[in-house]
Design a binder for this molecule. Sequence first.
Ligand code: MRU
Length: 382
Amino acid sequence: MNSMSKSEVTPLKFESIRYDDVNDRVYVIDQTQLPHQFVERELHDLDGTCEAISAMRVRGAPLIGVTAAFGVYLALRNPAMASRTTLDEAVERLAATRPTAINLQWALNKMVEELAGSGDDELGPNALAIALRLHAEDIAACARLGDYGATLLQSLWVEKCRAAQQAGEAEPGQLNVLTHCNAGSLATVDWGTALAVIYKAQEQGLPIHVWVDETRPRNQGASLTAWELARRGVKHTLIVDNAGGHLMQLGLVDCCIVGSDRTTRRGDVCNKIGTYLKALAARDNGVPFYVALPVSTIDFSLLDGMSEIPIEERASDEVTHMTGRDAEGVERTIRLTPENTPVSNFGFDVTPANLVSALITEYGVIEANEEALAELRLKLSE
Ligand code: MRU
């Protein structure tokens, strides 16, 4: 992955991954450079795609899935290399890049199933067609779930205004939503999941304010969510990860909305480490806890998220060190801890279904339980 275009100025409209059909090129935003620089990099081949996912240049469950689909295309696009063996090797290598987000496996399964009938000479063009379709479907799904979620926020806002009126208080100034990690347009092709709900609600005129968890250790909230909310003009405040419970006790959080990397068939939700603690605090304070997800994030083969979802464990230097820019704009990595401090670094945790108020999907808002998910599964099979 070596060609890149750098810019301090972000284009007004971008997709986290895009295909240039004139030049047959695939580009991703290098998210390790945000919020300081908007850098697009070309994915040249399978190696570059695997590196981009493993190094988290692209991250976020739906985006990882779509990127993997393009990775399969890149492995097959040279007709001299296109074969079943190349396909199988590409799928195996891409599947090993990150373990938790099911969208990766979901997209690879689609590629394998849909390429089953293709001859070697058709593998490349057909892989591209499927990747482009998944790309378009991801945008449409996120936009639709954003609409459903915005309706939910409308009701919360009406309820908040009514409660204030009944208590003889002034009309509330804003609806406060807390989010964790980055479940925004950068985690998908466009729109996002949790943030799609916020963008759509803001478009409808709701006075939204977002509490942004910084999301240690990689700080996707501080570096990515804060960046994209600012770009879209959404009012927001960055908080340390431990602040959410306190804000809920003060009545300063009207709801939480997060994304999901994998959702089981009974509604357990696996998301960035720390999500579970927010759900516990939300339950204790009567704050609704919503999870926004495209159905590509549901793993119907699993029931119990706590025992069945593989949780990624990441390098210790993500915890012991931090990277940022100094006053001169030079990137620096500094150590926070004594040398050789033992570290545990689980990337995700599981929020049990009973703590989830509702799942916001592109097919509507449903309860987080086995019956509701079985009904959704039936709808998907029709
Ligand atoms: O490790 P990351 O940055 O890939 O984790 C991303 C998240 O946890 C998101 O909340 C999740 O993928 C849902 S995003 C639509």
